[in-house]
Design a protein. Structure first.
Length: 557
């Protein structure tokens, strides 16, 4: 259960710490005092989107914090441990969230930073919050199916059905993909086959283009290269006045000099190193010249090979990696298109098997729903009788849907007849918001037996009702509070009187600023508050007496 709600700098609330107890906790206050600020704080703690305009004027951020004491923290602990967080210690769980005026904020669970999706996931295990605008959700078939499935405890049937539905949808999408954007299949195959053949016939090789281009450049200047090379060889080694011939006398002189002068001992070797280098260079030049090919046929091949590379790059990419990628893509696409008929047949076979499985799982889910509907409808009818519909009737109409959907094979309609002799009509056809409020409350009370969520929050569930109906609503909230902690914001004295614990939201002006405070009321203060609700701002003796009577009446079984 929720034991404490702290709010700081949210709307008109500068600072508030509101304790909550087991049973029915009611919150009252004048219109505009800020009762719904507390509900807004809970929405923030449940991971809902934050509006920075709700931060108190002049403040840099707001803070909301809720402390829960969980009698059975097993489900919450499982989520925490799955997220790498420590389990609750002693069943205590603290949710905290800050929202900054500049944008952004932080969320914490037991002082550990968490994401908003995790906060929302935990909130779904802790709080069922029903606001003034949630009545409309009751008209939605998807919401009605969720309600029925919750009551039926149909998770074991619905989860495998949902997985099978997703698989079936994926197969349908694959079939559509195989049939989409193919156009003229034969033309596409011809184009791709030509592209593959062109690249494969060209047989490009990494690094070859550079080698061919270098050889072509050399071959194009073969005559001049031969002339220059021969000049170097002759001048270095072959002419009678070549470098080697010129150095021969010097070598002999150095050898004799080395015998006569110890300091010249290494000079012949040093000269030999240079003459050997000249000889080696001459040999290398001769070998390289011997490889020159000035054959016109070879030159033509080099030109054609480079033209092939240039053509491939113009058509399929600026570089060789692009050409290879084009080839791989075309080969894969060609293989895909040539096997389209086989793929379609295989996918169609998978679709048939998936549809068979989907039907089987959907029928199992339908059976579970039908059995639950036979119990849920009369149970809600009983609750509606206690809520002022003495002869009202509630029905759940299940029928096969035209096509499988994510939630099953069924379409659903909640139907309601408020009075004897009236036909069942879809719930969405009921015009009175007061009637819808009571129907929603009746559903919530019935679901409370099947629901493990510890806290139910109602924000003006009693809207547009009054008199004996208001008393019935209050008693029904008190009844639900026997199995769940309940927080109810109300503007009706009979409902407020049914609370086991009462908080009043009060607005005041101090130092030119509006402040909202939340006060926990004792019995005398409750009588004063109920009298205010009965008779306006001034609590008259009649209103006080009536308020006391309301409290006494509410205590009676």
């Amino acid at each position: 259960m929720l034991t404490l709600l702290r709010v700081r700098n949210l709307a008109l609330v500068e600072e508030a710490s509101v304790p909550f107890e087991p049973g029915l906790n009611v919150i009252t206050g004048e219109t505009g005092a800020g009762k719904s600020i507390l509900i807004g704080a809970l929405y923030l703690l449940l991971g809902e989107r934050a509006d920075t305009s709700a931060i108190r004027a002049g403040e840099s951020q707001c803070l909301v914090e809720a402390t829960f004491h969980l009698a059975d923290p097993q489900a919450v602990d499982a989520v925490l441990e799955e997220s790498g967080l420590d389990p609750c210690e002693g069943g205590q769980l603290i949710l905290r969230r800050t929202v900054k005026a500049a944008g952004g904020g932080q969320a914490f669970v037991n002082d550990a930073p968490v994401t908003l999706p995790l906060l929302k996931r935990l909130g779904s295990l802790l709080v069922d919050l029903h606001g003034p605008h949630d009545h409309q959700s009751l008209f939605l078939p998807a919401r009605q199916l969720d309600i029925l499935d919750t009551y039926a405890r149909a998770e074991k049937e619905r989860a495998p059905y949902a997985a099978a539905f997703d698989q079936w949808q994926a197969l349908l999408a694959r079939r559509e993909e195989l049939s989409r954007d193919v156009g003229d299949l034969a033309a596409q195959i011809d184009l791709l086959a030509y592209r593959v053949k062109e690249i494969e016939d060209a047989a490009p090789v990494a690094g070859e283009e550079e080698k061919v281009r270098a050889e072509q450049q050399t071959a194009g200047h073969a005559q001049r290269i031969l002339e220059l090379g021969q000049q170097v060889v002759q001048a270095a080694t072959e002419d009678e006045n070549s470098a080697l011939a010129t150095l021969a006398p010097a070598r002999k002189a150095l050898e004799e000099l080395a015998r006569l002068m110890p300091a010249a001992r290494d000079w012949p070797d040093e000269l030999r190193i240079h003459t050997d280098a000249i000889a080696a260079l001459s040999g290398a030049i001769q070998r390289e010249l011997s490889t020159l090919d000035s054959d016109p046929a070879r030159l033509e091949w080099l030109d054609q090979r480079l033209a092939t590379y240039d053509k491939l790059k113009r058509k399929y990419g600026p570089g060789l990696p692009d050409i290879f990628r084009t080839l791989e893509t075309a080969q894969a696409r060609l293989k895909d298109l040539r096997s389209r008929d086989q793929q379609k047949a295989a996918v169609q076979k998978e679709i048939a098997a998936a549809e068979t499985q989907l039907q089987a799982l959907g029928l199992a889910l339908r059976q579970r729903r039908a059995a639950a509907a036979r119990k849920l409808a009369p149970a809600i009818t009983t609750e509606l009788h206690a809520l002022g519909f003495g002869h009202g009737a509630f029905a759940i109409q299940l029928a096969p849907a035209e096509a499988p959907a994510a939630a099953g094979l069924d379409k659903i309609e909640f139907a309601f007849a408020p009075n004897v002799g009236e036909p069942m009509r879809p719930l969405r056809a009921i015009a009175s918001s007061g009637e819808i409020s009571r129907v929603m409350l009746g559903i919530k009370v019935v679901l409370a037996d099947a629901d493990r969520i510890p806290l139910l929050v109602f924000d003006e569930i009693d809207a547009n009702v009054g008199g004996e109906t208001a008393q019935a609503v209050g008693r029904k909230l008190a009844e639900a509070a026997k199995k769940h902690q309940v927080i109810a914001i109300t503007h009706l004295p009979p409902v407020a009187a049914c609370g086991a614990h009462h908080h009043a939201v009060r607005k005041s002006v101090r130092d030119g600023r509006t402040h909202t405070q939340v006060v926990t009321l004792d019995k005398p203060a409750r009588i004063e508050e109920l009298a205010r609700m009965l008779g306006g701002r001034e609590s008259t003796s009649v209103a006080l007496r009536h308020a006391a009577e309301l409290l006494e009446t509410a205590r009676k079984p």
